[in-house]
Design a protein around this ligand. Structure first.
Ligand SMILES: [Zn+2]
Length: 267
């Protein structure tokens, strides 16, 4: 995309933002790459060198070889704990604060939308703030245990029964959190603008979540380095880094003060 094409696309995308009643973002790994978090589905992330994530980060493998899972995940956890939000996360938070974004559905487990100040976030692949006991199913705040694990390698154990805790991130082959997914679906179903950012839209259910709203006439902006199967249905496709593009859209959206009716419609 040439510079004038990009500028035109930013301006038109911002206009769509401004005229939308309810905007929902769907974000994936590409939003966090600028924060140094590798896409662990990507073959060149380095995390593939010793282990295949599809095997080691699967629910079955966790059950039988939990130590392999923890060994594999430790550098990723450490990276996530130390990571800071980048301009993409910050722009999403500012759009929400200014009343131009109703919520974020994210496939990321890195907590960076929250760290950036976003409020309404649906983490459909889970997060590392809590963990669940593999025996007694007690759910507990896991922040300090996960930080200790990242620092020292000490595995997290249940303080009630002594069994291993599983961080509340969704492993391959594991069912997604039903309530969060259905709330996220309801949120996106009611959107009249969907912004897909940094997701190649290859993983279910996120990949199909925009479909009902699109069929009902919602507009679609896609900001992603790679093509997605939904590009054909998008009003604007910006094939670029979301950490570069979204701050530009934000600036353009905020050029004029927000209309009063938007304040009302976002309650
Ligand atoms: Zn327990």
């Amino acid at each position: 995309m040439t510079h004038p094409q990009l500028a035109d696309c930013i301006e038109k995308s911002a206009a769509v933002f401004r005229s939308a009643r309810r905007v929902v973002a769907l974000t994936g790994a590409g939003v966090s790459t600028r924060s140094g978090i590798p896409d662990f589905r990507s073959r060149d992330s380095g995390l593939w060198k010793k282990y295949d994530p599809m095997t080691v980060a699967s629910l079955a493998s966790f059950r039988y070889h939990p130590k392999d899972f923890f060994k594999w995940v430790r550098p990723l956890v450490k990276t996530m704990i130390d990571a800071e939000p980048n301009p993409a996360h910050t722009a999403f938070a500012k759009l929400e604060q200014a009343g131009f974004l109703h919520g974020i559905i994210t496939q990321n487990i890195d907590d960076l939308h929250r760290k950036a100040g976003s409020k309404r976030i649906y983490e459909i692949h889970g997060h590392l703030r809590e963990a669940t006991c593999t025996s007694c199913y007690q759910k507990r705040n896991a922040k300090s245990l996960i930080e200790a694990f990242a620092r020292t390698g000490a595995l997290p154990y249940c303080d009630l029964c002594g069994s291993l805790l599983k961080p509340d991130i969704i492993l391959f082959g594991e069912q997604l959190p039903t309530i969060i997914v259905s709330e996220a679906q309801a949120l996106i179903d009611d959107a009249d603008l969907i912004v897909v950012a940094g997701s190649s839209m290859e993983v279910m259910p996120a990949a199909s979540m925009p479909i009902p709203a699109l069929n009902a006439g919602a507009k679609l902006i896609i900001i992603n380095n790679e093509p997605t199967y939904l590009d054909i249905r998008a009003d604007f496709v910006i094939r670029d880094d979301v950490a570069d593009v979204l701050p530009m859209i934000l600036q353009e959206v905020l050029r004029e003060p927000k209309e009063t009716k938007r304040l009302v419609s976002n309650q």
